[in-house]
Design a protein around this ligand. Structure first.
Ligand SMILES: [Zn+2]
Length: 339
C-alpha cells in the first residue's frame, strides 16, 4: 500500500462494567480487524489501543468511549463535534462483551473509512423512481445486525461493505461485504439500513429493514450540514434500531453460523501451558507439565551440570539427527506444540 496517513483509534472504558482485560482483548481484535480485514478493501492504515482513562489518550487519537449512561437518546454513535472537529464516538457499555465489541467495531470501521462522516458516493438509487443519488459511506450499516457479524480472536466484530457495494450491477465472484453476507450491490440486510441524498429534491432517504418481512423506504427531508456531520445526524435517527440489531450479540451470530467456540477457552488453555513453561524456565518447577515446586538451588545446579555435560560432548565426535534436534532451545511459544 502507498503511504497514507496513520489513523489512531483510542478505546476508553468509562464504565465499571468493562474490565481492563476485556478492553485490551477487544482492542487487539479491532487492531487485527483494521490491519488484516479492512485493508483488503479500503486503503486505511490504523492503530487501535486501549487506554484506562480519557486523560491518558494522546492528542491526535480518535476516542471510542464506552459509557454506562448515554442520557440523551441518540447521543450514542458517531460525532465530529469536539472543539477541533475531530471525530469521536460514544458506545453504550454492556455487561455483554459481544454487544459492546460489535458496536465499537462498527464505529471504528466507519470512522476509519470516513473520518468526516460526510463522505458521499454516487450510484443508482435502490428506489426505482429515483435516478442517480449520493450514498453516505457507512460501511457497516447495511449488514450491521449481529447475525451477520464474525469473530476476530473470538471477539464479535461487524461485517462491512466493500467499494463494490456501489457497483451498477452484480457480478460473479465479487465480494460486496467482508463476510459475503451482502450478495448484491446496495443490498440492505435484515436489521440494517442505507442512507442517501436525492440531489434534485435535496431530500435524504433511507432504505431500512428494522421490522417486517422486507425492507422499506422513508423520506427524512433535507439535512443541514450545519447540524453536524450527516452521519451524526442520521445516527440520531436510527440509534434505537441499531442498538436493537446489535443486541443479539453472540447468540444471534452463532444462530447464523459463527462457530460456537469463542476464542477465550482456547486462550485459557494456551495460558495454562505457557505458565507451566515459565515456571519451568524460571526454576519454580522441574516439570513443565505438572508445575511441581522444586528448590531453586537444585534447579540451578542441574542447569550448571547440564552445561558441563554439553561442553564435554562438543569435544566428542558429533552425531547429527535426533540429538541435535533435542538440543535446540525450546521457544516459550512453540515448545508445547513441538512436543
Ligand atoms: Zn453506522
Amino acid at each position: 500500500m502507498a503511504d497514507t496517513l496513520l489513523r489512531q483509534i483510542a478505546l476508553v472504558a468509562d464504565s465499571k462494567r468493562i474490565s481492563a482485560s476485556d478492553l485490551s482483548r477487544v482492542s487487539a481484535a479491532l487492531q487485527k480487524q483494521a490491519t488484516r480485514d479492512l485493508v483488503q478493501f479500503w486503503a486505511v492504515k490504523a492503530t487501535v489501543d486501549a487506554f484506562p482513562t480519557l486523560e491518558d489518550v494522546p492528542i491526535g487519537y480518535w476516542p471510542i468511549i464506552m459509557m454506562d449512561d448515554i442520557n440523551e437518546p441518540g447521543a450514542a454513535g458517531f460525532h465530529t463535534e469536539d472543539s477541533n472537529g475531530q471525530p469521536f464516538a460514544l458506545v453504550t457499555a454492556s455487561d455483554d462483551l459481544d454487544v459492546w465489541s460489535l458496536t465499537a467495531s462498527h464505529e471504528m470501521l466507519e470512522m476509519l473509512v470516513d473520518p468526516s462522516g460526510n463522505r458521499l458516493m454516487a450510484g443508482d438509487s435502490p428506489k426505482t423512481d429515483q435516478g442517480r443519488v449520493q450514498f453516505l459511506v457507512e460501511v457497516c450499516d447495511p449488514p450491521e445486525d449481529a447475525r451477520f457479524a464474525y469473530t476476530v480472536n473470538g471477539i464479535l466484530v461487524s461485517d462491512f461493505y466493500s467499494p463494490h457495494y456501489f457497483d451498477p450491477v452484480a457480478a460473479q465472484g465479487v465480494r460486496y461485504s467482508f463476510t459475503g453476507a451482502v450478495q448484491r450491490p446496495r443490498d440492505v440486510l435484515r436489521g440494517g439500513y442505507l442512507s442517501w441524498v436525492e440531489p434534485v429534491s435535496n431530500n435524504w432517504w433511507q432504505e431500512t429493514w428494522f421490522s417486517g418481512a422486507q425492507s422499506s423506504f422513508r423520506n427524512l427531508g433535507p439535512l443541514s450540514a450545519q447540524n453536524g456531520s450527516f452521519r451524526s445526524q442520521l445516527d440520531r435517527i436510527t440509534s434505537q434500531d441499531t442498538q436493537q440489531a446489535l443486541a443479539g450479540g453472540m447468540a444471534a451470530a452463532i444462530a447464523k453460523g459463527v462457530p460456537a467456540e469463542t476464542g477465550h477457552d482456547v486462550t485459557l488453555a494456551r495460558t495454562a501451558s505457557l505458565r507451566r513453561q515459565i515456571s519451568f524456565l524460571t526454576g519454580r518447577s522441574d516439570d513443565r507439565s505438572t508445575g511441581t515446586q522444586v528448590d531453586r538451588t537444585d534447579r540451578l545446579a542441574a542447569v550448571a551440570s547440564a552445561g558441563r555435560a554439553m561442553n564435554n560432548r562438543d569435544t566428542q565426535k558429533r552425531r547429527p539427527g535426533r540429538e541435535d534436534r533435542r538440543r535446540s532451545a525450546p521457544s516459550v511459544w512453540g515448545a508445547e506444540a513441538a512436543e
